[in-house]
Design a binder for this molecule. Structure first.
Ligand SMILES: *[C@@H]1O[C@H](CO)[C@@H](O)[C@H](O)[C@H]1NC(C)=O
Ligand SMILES: *[C@@H]1O[C@H](CO)[C@@H](O)[C@H](O)[C@H]1NC(C)=O
Ligand SMILES: *[C@@H]1O[C@H](CO)[C@@H](O)[C@H](O)[C@H]1NC(C)=O
Ligand SMILES: *[C@@H]1O[C@H](CO)[C@@H](O)[C@H](O)[C@H]1NC(C)=O
Length: 518
């Protein structure tokens, strides 16, 4: 079970008055408001090599990137560079309010770079997802090379940007990319903020059960009997599912778009429910938000209000509670006429939710089809280099016991895409736990976020710093400042900015040294 040392956040190592002034102003200005009208950016495209690492495939594609330079100080003002992850870049741009909050005070240019194979950045246009041949260039290594080429292009083509220090910022898989960009291309970015980045969620680096244990803790601390009732619900579901009348009752209780047809729907339904609880843990934010779904403040507390029953409750009573709880996630706006057990995230975010699920997805029992197999776009990276073992035991966690079975996972990948995952490649290419030789990376993690299971939650060195936000869910620190933010995330942002300034000053000093000695 994961326990964080609550760090002393009052001691800000770089007690820059500037930073304090800046953040307090930022909170006053933005507290509690939505700033969507401020998301003002220009869209550009850069020709990128489809294959940076070989010479046979010489084609190019257009990588999309967004630039907001209203506040940018020329020459040499800093550039905050979002390393796009699995989705439309404008969506990440809209959901990374932190960068917009600090742009004015840092006089920074904001750049949001789209990850190849997502949004508009398709290496082979509409054929990009056609088969494993076309998908062959969907790797984090290629994406990092795109980012490095883009940054060098920005510096050489934008007047005044030549000596601009660039800081990589990203959340989740984007956070992994931000950290890796600094590791692989330290001449391109002076530092990186890797928020909720599970760079250690790979084979043999962390126990496979951590992830679901954290989800369970979130429910356990959000209401009496809450996690115990979810744990009890799986058997109750089995019993209800065993009869046609039970299935019909459950379909009606949930308000399903398509009622359960047979016993065969059982595994998919359980996967859907499990994903629902996982998603809630990721987005357990202290205020009303719309990340994967529109949700009330502290949504797990709202869910747990329906799961207070004691152990004398009947199966029907229990599943009534589960159904009400699921509807907190799927129907908080009251605008879902029915629940669709093929979806766990809303509309345009489908691809994103899908990808999060990929990583949350345990090796299913051989007969159970992983949820991502039902989605139109294959999570190829999970089947190639991003192998993230997950398991549950039903004791430490509230899920049904399920072992991590690499062979079964590999077989599924092969059957679906004709490729087999390489379980140890992530460790070979990114160093696994041996990262101490790197520098200038902040790893921030939320204590409520299941992805913190694979995150860096201790200080590796003076400049590989971990910031733990005990009341934070998935990359809370990257969202807009909000009046309801817990003190821990406010303190985290102050620390993060302190490091940004330190890296910028270091880079300026290094530049002076090299230009006078050179
Ligand atoms: C991002 O925000 C802009 C303006 O607020 C909006 O037009 C756009 O649709 C949003 N993008 C996504 C993917 O939500
Ligand atoms: C449920 O969602 C899936 C996947 O998005 C979609 O294909 C299907 O049409 C939906 N079913 C209903 C009944 O709305
Ligand atoms: C969602 O909420 C609305 C308003 O309360 C209700 O009419 C509708 O039946 C709910 N949908 C489901 C699937 O329960
Ligand atoms: C890492 O070091 C920084 C700076 O001293 C400190 O603020 C932070 O709390 C430490 N992180 C952890 C997880 O101990």
């Amino acid at each position: 079970m994961k326990k964080y040392v609550i760090c002393c956040l009052l001691v800000v190592f770089i007690c820059s008055f500037h930073v304090f002034a800046l953040t307090s102003q930022m909170f006053r200005r933005h507290g509690g408001f939505s700033l969507s009208s401020d998301f003002n950016y220009d869209t550009f495209y850069l020709d990128q090599k489809i294959d940076h690492f070989g010479f046979q495939e010489d084609g190019t594609f257009k990588q999309r990137y967004l630039v907001a330079d209203k506040h940018w100080r020329q020459p040499g003002g800093p550039i905050l560079f979002y390393t796009g992850n699995e989705g439309d870049i404008s969506w990440f741009c809209n959901n990374t309010g932190f960068m917009w909050d600090v742009a004015g005070e840092m006089q920074a240019m904001l750049v949001f770079a789209e990850h190849r194979y997502y949004g508009e950045s398709m290496p082979f246009g509409p054929d990009s997802y056609r088969d494993s041949k076309h998908l062959n260039y969907l790797t984090s290594e290629q994406a990092l090379a795109d980012f490095a080429v883009l940054i060098q292009n920005l510096k050489s083509s934008r007047p005044g940007a030549q000596h601009s220090p660039v800081i990589a910022i990203g959340g989740s898989y984007g956070g992994m990319l931000a950290a890796w960009l600094r590791m692989k291309y330290p001449h391109v970015v002076v530092g990186a903020l890797a928020s909720s980045a599970p760079i250690w969620q790979f084979t043999g680096m962390v126990p496979c059960g951590h992830f679901y244990t954290i989800v369970t803790q979130d429910f356990a601390q959000s209401g009496p009997n809450c996690h115990a009732n979810i744990r009890a619900s799986w058997k109750a579901i089995d019993r209800l599912f065993s009869t046609a009348s039970g299935r019909q009752w459950l379909s009606e209780e949930l308000g399903l778009c398509a009622p359960f047809k047979s016993q065969k729907d059982l595994a998919d339904f359980k996967s859907w429910l499990q994903e629902t609880w996982v998603n809630l843990a990721m987005v357990d934010y202290p205020y009303k938000a719309d990340f994967l779904q529109p949700l009330p403040p502290w949504p797990i507390q709202a869910v747990c209000k329906h799961l207070r029953l004691d152990s004398t409750a009947s199966d029907q009573q229990l599943l009534h509670g589960v159904s009400q709880a699921a509807k907190v996630y799927y129907n908080s706006t009251g605008s879902s006429p029915c629940l669709n057990t093929s979806q766990t995230a809303t509309g345009s975010l489908g691809a994103l939710g899908w990808n999060y699920q990929v990583r949350a997805c345990k090796a299913r029992r051989a007969r159970r089809r992983p949820s991502w197999l039902r989605t139109p776009r294959p999570p190829l990276q999970a089947c190639t280099e991003m192998v993230m073992p997950m398991c549950a035991d039903g004791v430490q966690d509230m899920f049904e016991a399920e072992e991590w079975d690499f062979q079964a996972f590999s077989d599924e990948c092969h059957a679906t895409f004709g490729v087999r995952p390489r379980a140890n490649w992530a460790a070979s290419v990114y160093g696994g736990k041996d990262i101490a030789s790197h520098s200038n990376i902040i790893f921030s993690n939320g204590g409520l976020d299941p992805w913190s299971s694979g995150g860096v939650t201790f200080n590796v060195s003076d400049s590989l710093v971990s910031i733990v936000i005990p009341e934070g869910a998935h990359h809370l620190d990257l969202r807009h400042a909000n009046d309801l933010d817990p003190p821990s995330v406010r303190a985290a942002r102050v620390l993060e900015l302190g490091y940004f300034w330190r890296w910028i000053q270091e880079a300026a000093k290094a530049h002076q040294t090299t230009s006078t000695s050179g």
